[in-house]
Ligand binder design. Sequence first.
Ligand code: HEM
Length: 168
Amino acid sequence: MTSIEHSPPAAAWPVRASLAGAAALTLAAVAGALTGRPPRLELIAQAGPAIQIHLAAVVLALAVGAWQLLGPKGTTTHRALGWTWSLAMMAAAGSSFFIRTIIDGWFSPIHLLSVITLVGLPTAIWAAHRHDVRRHSRIMTSIYLGGMVVAGGFAFLPGRLLWRVFFG
Ligand code: HEM
């Protein structure tokens, strides 16, 4: 049986794509902040609590998730940070059901990602518990890719809150 103490092959393409996407988002935010005027953080202060909780959760998940993908697997730290990351992702997905801005007042296709995240997290944690490293790694990497890069990327599209904060 494969042991959880063994790291899965590092730097497979989904891991590289996830980290590149997360880095690109961070760079876009930093570049926007450096090139023009300072970011309009007051727009975040004026946003509702669901958006503020969502943003706090995704900022935590972005950093902790990158560390998890790159760092050693199977250690006590990996487990502790794994729980931290999972709770942050649950908070991100859970809070998103209270945000309905894309289709005013209605759920949008991105909410499907929230449902997938809420189903995928316990599935991946259960896989780790059963020492099914390959399945655990595949699901967690997919959630990071979908959540941080796809949902995060959409959040920077023109008209959306973060576009207005950094570029609008
Ligand atoms: C880097 C990661 C992320 C960033 C920066 C981000 C940012 C945001 C922001 C600022 C909003 C408020 C609405 C607006 O933009 O005008 C939002 C809404 C939303 N986010 Fe995220 N998010 C991220 C990750 C996630 C994840 C992980 C999920 C789900 C698993 C998610 C699902 C949603 C959904 C469903 C909405 C509501 C869309 C709507 O208005 O219909 N996001 N996000």
